[in-house]
Structure formats: structure tokens, C-alpha cells
Design a protein around this ligand. Structure first.
Ligand SMILES: Cc1ncc(COP(=O)(O)O)c(C=O)c1O
Length: 376
């Protein structure tokens, strides 16, 4: 029986092994491990890739979100509008600062937060809006960006899953992470741009924000042993930065490969008459989706997942419980039925194998197994 993983980092490592080893060797020879030349060079290269002036490396995507909200000044009494259909860290950063998450529901086709619902959720306490470009596709931020600016509400982009995503509006190119006041990236190994441990980054256009972020990541200190405020210890290390510099040079190519795989899945579903059972992800007009995950809506999802597992095919459920129903967020006062789209998705979504090195034969095996399930 074939075995098809949901992702395979080893196959990816094969493609960059020597470059990575040389880069890591250089750091080992230098014996400079924390906030040195590799971090500085990576921050500059990342900022130039993104087209924003400032980028600050930190210890993880979760910390990037926390640092961004701290830099904006989010605290007790504030509200942050966000999506309930995402990874835990997109809301935990709000709670950790004593602020309140205010959810708006998501779109059933793109799984992204509904931009048309955001302004209705604004109150005098709204300090920030935190959209997540889920699974690799940008939210149409142009629908809210200028209104938020007029009202003095910060726009924080969670780009953990969307490295390389782009959106074209009226001929203008918007890169995910270059639209909001501040944007947060994760370099967790499975991400589209991943390192070989934990890592994250916060990008911003404002030099004052950049200064604050740089201080916050080293215990709120701008001069050694003098502390203006209580920050975090959240730094990107030299080895991870050196690895990221290598991988940044290849990430566009890998994103193109992900896009080709997504297109092949779509054609295979159509060719095998599966579209009455399986709804592929929708790419909005003008968007360059980078398919961090390839997430379909599937009829009889749980049975399908078990059937595929018996055939050696690993799939994942992102996410099985909407955040407004998580026990730790019960204090927010939401209940079942409050966000019907998010709740429906938790019962329908299935992430199929997706990584740049997935072969056409493996994709065919996945889709034929799905056909066997639905036509059984
Ligand atoms: C949407 C989203 N936000 C934030 C994070 C947190 O990133 P990290 O795992 O690097 O802390 C993740 C990571 O999976 C994520 O998917």
C-alpha cells in the first residue's frame, strides 16, 4: 500500500541540503548565535521581498502577534476584531494582553473573515482588527483598510499561513503583509517559508513601530540593562536566520509548485466527477493563493478521512473547533450558533496532502481513493 503524507519536509531538505549546511557551518564558525549579522541580513532581505521598510525577527509567529499587539498598545478594556476560524495563536495574543476578542464570521468559499461584517463589529473600544489570511489566500483588505485608518483603528495582518500571497485590486498589487499597519509571520517548519525550529517576524512601515518592536523583543530595553517597559525575550537566532536566508531564495518557486498542485487537484476532481461531493477552495478574482494548505469541503468528512487513512493517505482537519467554542475562551460569552459558517466549516473541511514535492502520481492516488469512497 502506498503511503502519502500530508507534508514531507525530508523531500524538501534534499533540494537545499548543501546550501543549508554551508550556511549553518558559517554561523557555527562565527560562534555568534543571537541577534547577529545573519538576523540583520535576513530582516533586510525579507523587508525588501515584502516591500515594507522594516522587519523584526522574533522567536515564533505566536510571539510576532503578541509583539505587534503590544507595540500598538492593546490592553485591558480594548477590543480586537478577528476570525474564529483560525489557529489558536490568532486569539490567544489578544487574551494574553487582557483585551477582548470580538469575532466576525467567515466566508464559506475562502474560509476568510467576512470583510463586509467588520465595520458593524466596531465599537468605541475597538483598538485593532486582526484578519488572518487563512490557508494562503489574502483577505480583501482594501474593503476595510482606509475606513480603519480614518477611525484610528490598527490593522494587524496574520500572515503566518500566507507567505508570498498577493492580491491585485484595480491594477494595484497588494502583497500580504504590506497592507496593514503591522503584519506577523511564522517560520514554523511546515510553513511556506519555514525554518528548522521556531521563528517569526513582524513587519511594519512606521519607524516608531519598528523601534518599539525591537525594544519589546529584548525585554523592553533599548539600551542594555535599562528597561523602558516590560517586554518579552523573543529573538530569532542566527542559525534559523541563516537557514531562512537560503530558503527565502527558493520560496517563490515552491509557492508556484503548490499552485500547480492545487490546479491539478481541481482538474482531477472534475475529471473524476467528484464535484458533487467535494468543494475545492475558491481563489478570489485577483488573488494569488499560495496554498499553505489545500482545504476542501467534503461530504461525510470524518468517514472520508478514516477511509483515506486506511489507504495510507494522511489528511488533517484545520480546524475541528471554532475558537469561540474553545473552553478557554468561554468567558467571552459566545455560544454555539453564533458563527454558523465557522461552525459548519469545522464539520466539513479536510486538508489534503500539499507540499511542493507532492507528485502527480500521488495526487492521482489521493483522488482515486476519494472516488472509491464516494462511489462505493
Ligand atoms: C494563522 C496562524 N497564526 C499564528 C500562528 C503561530 O505561529 P507559530 O507556530 O510560529 O507560533 C500559526 C501557526 O501555526 C498560524 O497558523
Amino acid at each position: 500500500m502506498s503511503s502519502i503524507p500530508s507534508f514531507d519536509l525530508k523531500r524538501n531538505y534534499e533540494r537545499v541540503r548543501q546550501e543549508v549546511r554551508d550556511a549553518v557551518d558559517k554561523v557555527l564558525e562565527s560562534q555568534h548565535f543571537v541577534l547577529g549579522p545573519e538576523v540583520k541580513a535576513f530582516e533586510d532581505e525579507f523587508a525588501s521581498y515584502l516591500g515594507v521598510p522594516h522587519a523584526v525577527g522574533c522567536a515564533s509567529g505566536s510571539d510576532a502577534l503578541l509583539l505587534a499587539l503590544m507595540a500598538i498598545g492593546v490592553g485591558p478594556g480594548d477590543e480586537v476584531i478577528t476570525t474564529p476560524f483560525t489557529f489558536f495563536a490568532s486569539t490567544s495574543c489578544i487574551s494574553r494582553l487582557g483585551a477582548r476578542a470580538v469575532y466576525v464570521d467567515v466566508d464559506m468559499d475562502t474560509y476568510n473573515m467576512r470583510m463586509d461584517m467588520v465595520m458593524d463589529a466596531v465599537t468605541p473600544r475597538t483598538k485593532a482588527v486582526l484578519p488572518v489570511h487563512i490557508f494562503g489566500q489574502m483577505c480583501p483588505l482594501e474593503e476595510i483598510a482606509s475606513e480603519l485608518k480614518d477611525r484610528g483603528i490598527a490593522l494587524v495582518e496574520d500572515c503566518a499561513q500566507s507567505f508570498g500571497a498577493v492580491r491585485r485590486v484595480d491594477g494595484n498589487l497588494m502583497r500580504g503583509g504590506a497592507v496593514g499597519d503591522v503584519s506577523c509571520f511564522s517560520f514554523f517548519p511546515t510553513k511556506n517559508l519555514g525554518c528548522y525550529g521556531d521563528g517569526g517576524l513582524v513587519a511594519s512601515a512606521d519607524p516608531e513601530m519598528d523601534k518599539r518592536l525591537r525594544s519589546l523583543r529584548v525585554h523592553g530595553s533599548s539600551a542594555t540593562y535599562f528597561h523602558d517597559e516590560v517586554g518579552l525575550n523573543s529573538r530569532l537566532d542566527e542559525i534559523q536566520a541563516a537557514i531562512l536566508r537560503v530558503r527565502l531564495r527558493h520560496a517563490e518557486q515552491w509557492n508556484e509548485e503548490r499552485r500547480a498542485i492545487a490546479e491539478r487537484y481541481r482538474l482531477l476532481f472534475a475529471a473524476h466527477d467528484l464535484l458533487e461531493f467535494v468543494t475545492p477552495p475558491v481563489e478570489l478574482e485577483g488573488n494569488r493563493h499560495v496554498f499553505h494548505q489545500y482545504v476542501v469541503r467534503a461530504k461525510d468528512r470524518d468517514e472520508l478521512q478514516r477511509f483515506l487513512a486506511q489507504r495510507g493517505i494522511t489528511t488533517r482537519v484545520y480546524y475541528p473547533l471554532s475558537l469561540h467554542l474553545q473552553p478557554c475562551f468561554r468567558y467571552l460569552g459566545y455560544k454555539e450558533g453564533d458563527f454558523p459558517a465557522s461552525e459548519a466549516l469545522t464539520r466539513q473541511v479536510l486538508a489534503l496532502p500539499m507540499f511542493p514535492e507532492l507528485t502527480p502520481e500521488e495526487q492521482e492516488t489521493v483522488v482515486l481513493a476519494m472516488k472509491d469512497f464516494y462511489r462505493r
